[in-house]
Ligand binder design. Structure first.
Ligand code: COA
Length: 285
């Protein structure tokens, strides 16, 4: 594999002490990197993640982001020391800014990101970690990864935007069950309730995630972006509004597409008879 690491002759690699980025043929593997703290998310990590996501959005080495964790955790959630205790002693305004720093990457940036995103849950995934997990477009997990909405177990309500994020994917019975009991569950159960797309044995997880990323890299990027962004917008629209918006968004996408995908697809199927859209991509020129 072509792993590009930082050296004097290549462009710098974003990240720092708390977030590690590796490029591999169009895939940016973004690793939360505090393995000794089970990748608990503190303010330094949030600042780095905001910078990393901003930078990767404009970096041609990145066509797809895979968000995962170094070591045995995806993330053990918000850092009880480096976020909760740290913000307890802050002024109201400092606290507001700290919350904004977290929400920016965990929710807003990932939710509306300009490139496809895949969460790869490699291990422990608790509390606040559900927000970036759910706000990524797609998610795979180790079938034995351990998930939990453990907030109730230590005397707080699930906060940030965790319940809001959860409510977009999981039915209310499942959401309330896991939030009210704090019971842990594995990757198979995460798949059953719809938090992830699929769970795999640990030894297959990276290869399956890489294959999914490669599939996305083969698509027309502008159409892929418009597909995911428009889906996320219509979730909160009326049927009438969604129909109008999708019609306009479709026209806008076709007009703005530098590779004229719609015209190419139609020509190759209807005139040239060189491919079948139901079975794969048109040949991108
Ligand atoms: N915040 C701060 N520190 C955390 C943390 C968190 N969310 N999760 C783990 N850590 C720290 C531990 O305090 C420990 O630090 P230390 O070595 O300085 O003592 C280190 O990470 C390793 O954790 P440990 O509990 O020893 O690892 P483990 O593999 O036995 O257990 C977990 C892993 C994830 C089950 C356990 O750490 C845990 O329950 N963490 C809290 C999860 C949680 O409720 N998160 C929700 C926050 S909203």
């Amino acid at each position: 594999m072509n792993m590009k690491m930082m050296n004097a002759s290549t462009p710098s690699v974003p990240g720092g002490d708390n977030v590690k980025v590796e490029f591999e043929d169009g895939i940016a593997w973004v690793k939360l990197n505090r393995p000794t703290k089970r990748n608990a998310m503190d303010l330094n990590m949030s600042t780095e993640m905001n910078n990393v996501l901003d930078s990767l959005e404009l970096d041609d080495r990145c066509g797809v982001v895979v968000l995962t964790g170094e070591g045995e955790a995806f993330s053990a959630g918000m850092d009880l020391q480096g976020f909760f205790r740290a913000t307890d002693v802050m002024s109201d305004v400092e606290r507001l800014r700290a919350q904004r720093e977290n929400r920016n990457w965990q929710w807003r940036k990932l939710m509306w990101y300009g490139k496809p995103t895949i969460a790869m849950v490699n291990g422990w995934c608790f509390g606040g970690a559900f927000t970036p997990l759910i706000c990524c477009d797609l998610a795979y997990a180790d079938q034995d990864a351990v998930f939990g909405l453990s907030e109730v177990n230590w005397g707080i309500i699930p906060g940030g935007v965790v319940p809001k994020a959860l409510s977009t994917l999981v039915n209310h019975r499942e959401a309330l069950y896991y939030m009210m009991t704090g019971e842990k569950f594995d990757g198979r159960e995460a798949e059953r309730i719809g938090i992830i797309n699929k769970a795999f044995p640990k030894e297959e997880l990276v290869a399956k995630t890489r294959a999914l990323a490669r599939n996305l890299l083969g698509k027309n990027p502008l159409v892929l972006r418009a597909t995911k962004i428009s889906y996320k917008h219509i979730l909160e629209m009326s049927w009438e509004g969604a129909a109008e918006y999708l019609s306009a968004k479709g026209d806008q996408t076709t007009a703005a597409d530098p590779e004229s995908g719609r015209a190419q697809g139609m020509k190759q199927f209807l005139d040239d008879k060189t491919y079948k859209p139901g079975l794969g991509n048109y040949e991108r020129k």
